[in-house]
Design a protein around this ligand. Structure first.
Ligand code: AMP
Ligand code: ZN
Length: 116
């Protein structure tokens, strides 16, 4: 069961603490434990989806919801005007380290492009 082994499922279940910024019936947002910018939040679905590779057509609305929540978190952190970045790492080459899909929300400093 993913809930027993997956770090982010444990955060959803409250078994591991997190600095929660937002939650509703489908998503949870919390601060990244190793922030790469003044604002660095993660937005995750309550349901376990390992990565975009495992996402299906049934997940379309959920994935869209994660982006709306990401924008809300960025707005509440004061980054609507200045801007912010959303990132979804998928698989080894992208550096995905937690296999429960998550949207990084980065803001509060000038971000360079292309990413490393
Ligand atoms: P990724 O490398 O895209 O899979 O991102 C995983 C992110 O999860 C990294 O930025 C980690 O710093 C973050 N992370 C790992 N463990 C925790 C935790 N217990 N609470 C909050 N963020 C975490
Ligand atoms: Zn999970």
């Amino acid at each position: 069961m993913a809930e027993q082994t997956c770090l982010f499922c444990k955060i959803v279940a409250g078994a591991i603490p997190a600095a929660k910024l937002f939650e509703d019936d489908r998503a949870v947002a919390f601060g990244d434990i190793n922030p790469q910018a003044p604002t660095h939040a993660l937005v995750i679905p309550r349901a376990h989806v390992a990565s975009l590779n495992e996402a299906s057509a049934e997940d379309e609305a959920l994935l869209g919801h994660l982006l709306v929540v990401a924008a809300r978190v960025a707005r509440e952190a004061g980054h609507s005007e200045g801007g912010f970045r959303t990132v979804i790492n998928t698989g080894a080459d992208a550096g995905q380290s937690v296999f429960h899909v998550h949207v990084h929300v980065l803001g509060g400093r000038r971000l360079t492009w292309p990413p490393g």
